[in-house]
Ligand binder design. Structure first.
Ligand SMILES: *Cc1c(COP(=O)(O)O)cnc(C)c1O
Length: 395
């Protein structure tokens, strides 16, 4: 393959070689069903228990509070729908979330709204941080759940999770967070952050696709997600995805061992990219603040260019990037996140997201900034809007 620079790690990451290595024996050698009673299968049962404990330890949880799922979307759906079912008939039908959630939350809320639940979407400021006063004011006696993402998948904004959780608990409300972009990228402790339920996904931190978990605090009695066998303490039936569970635990172990080192390296590259782009490309802006931001996320808007055109031209230079969330591509509507931070449609349309990994190098960053400069200039040279704008500036 010719030169490729992969800067779409918020969409998915490469499965780490050590993770693949840890998974392989569970396809070939230890293929038994963990529920079977013979010794051969008990190896798998023990391996799953160990994986569960490893993951629980990374967030200060108990083993039995970790439930393996098929990924972030599955965990988000479970947390929201099951809370609605648990409390909808007794406490109320009001749910609070933010304006900039992932579609796994947004579309689940749409579904619940059709089922008679009332959803309040809290606005964010220009950096994507939730407005705490609005959140406080939205709480009602029939509010059953607050669900706010830990870190945004498009603009990398990290929310004041501790304060949101505290506010929920002061009012006797359950708090769920979609931590898919944050888990294994920044430190999380469920007690310190007042989290009752938390979604995570293996393929966002060098594990494999199709595996994730939902943390459910002891005492939160939401219903089973999949009915059937007694797996996952009768809350999520189906034979365990043993290789992927083992792989995810390995990925979590590696990420936590290297978190400080990776963060330092990624922040240096991220900030270098931001500095260069803002200094060298006119009419560009950074979306999301410079602080409270994921170490590996940058998101820019360039006036007078189309994000989709930029992606195609970046691809021709071997650079993989995204114009928003992968789920939103194919639609002509600009990203709800970029509109949520107050960007007008035409600016939101000219946006690219670049997300780094531990394998990204400073050379990759410089190559990408050089490519962006060239592409933006080229696209603007073909834009009648830009031509008009330049003429007006000269007057
Ligand atoms: C990727 C992502 C999801 C979905 O996770 P899957 O494992 O792909 O289902 C949910 N929320 C956020 C914030 C994400 O980035």
């Amino acid at each position: 393959m010719s030169k490729m620079i992969y800067l779409d790690n918020a969409a998915t990451t490469k499965t780490a070689p050590e993770v693949v290595e840890a998974m392989l024996p569970y396809f070939t050698e230890y293929y038994g069903n963990p529920s079977s009673l013979y010794g051969f299968a008990s190896h798998n049962k023990d391996a799953i228990s160990k994986a569960r404990r490893q993951i629980a330890d990374t967030i200060g949880a108990k083993d039995k509070e970790i439930y393996f799922t098929a990924g972030g979307s599955a965990s988000d759906n479970w947390a929201l729908k099951a809370t609605a079912e648990l409390l909808g008939e007794t406490k109320g039908k009001h749910i609070i979330t933010s304006r900039i959630e992932h579609h796994a939350i947004m579309h689940t809320c749409d579904y619940l709204a059709k089922k008679g639940f009332e959803i309040t979407y809290i606005d964010v400021d220009e950096n994507g941080v939730i407005k705490m006063d609005e959140l406080k004011a939205a709480i009602r006696p029939d509010t059953i759940l607050i669900s706010v993402m830990f870190a945004n998948n498009e603009i990398g904004t990290i929310q004041p999770i501790k304060q949101i959780g505290a506010l929920a608990h002061e009012n006797g409300i359950l708090f769920h967070t979609d931590a898919v972009q944050a888990y294994c990228h920044v430190p999380i402790n469920v007690d310190e952050y007042n989290i009752d339920m938390m979604s995570a996904s293996g393929h966002k931190f060098y594990g494999s696709k199709g595996i994730g978990f939902l943390y459910i605090r002891t005492g939160v009695k939401i219903r089973s997600f999949v009915h059937g066998g007694a797996q996952e303490r009768k809350r999520r039936a189906g034979t365990e995805n043993v290789p992927c569970i083992i792989g995810m635990a390995k990925a979590a172990e590696i990420a936590h061992a290297h978190m400080a080192e990776w963060n330092e390296k990624e922040i240096a590259m991220r900030d270098h990219m931001i500095d260069r782009v803002l200094a060298e490309i006119p009419y560009s802006r950074l979306n999301g603040g410079r602080t409270n931001r994921l170490p590996n996320n940058v998101n820019f808007s360039f006036q007078f260019v189309e994000g989709e055109s930029m992606l195609i031209m970046l691809d021709m230079k071997g650079i993989c990037a995204s114009s928003g969330s992968a789920c939103a591509s194919g639609s002509l509507d600009p990203s709800h996140v970029l509109l949520g931070i107050g960007l007008p449609h035409e600016i939101a349309h000219g946006s690219v997201r670049l997300t780094l990994s531990d394998e990204t190098t400073m050379d990759d960053i410089d190559y990408t900034v050089d490519a962006l400069k060239e592409i933006v200039a080229q696209l603007r040279s073909m834009s009648p809007l830009y031509e008009d704008f330049v003429k007006k500036q000269k007057k």
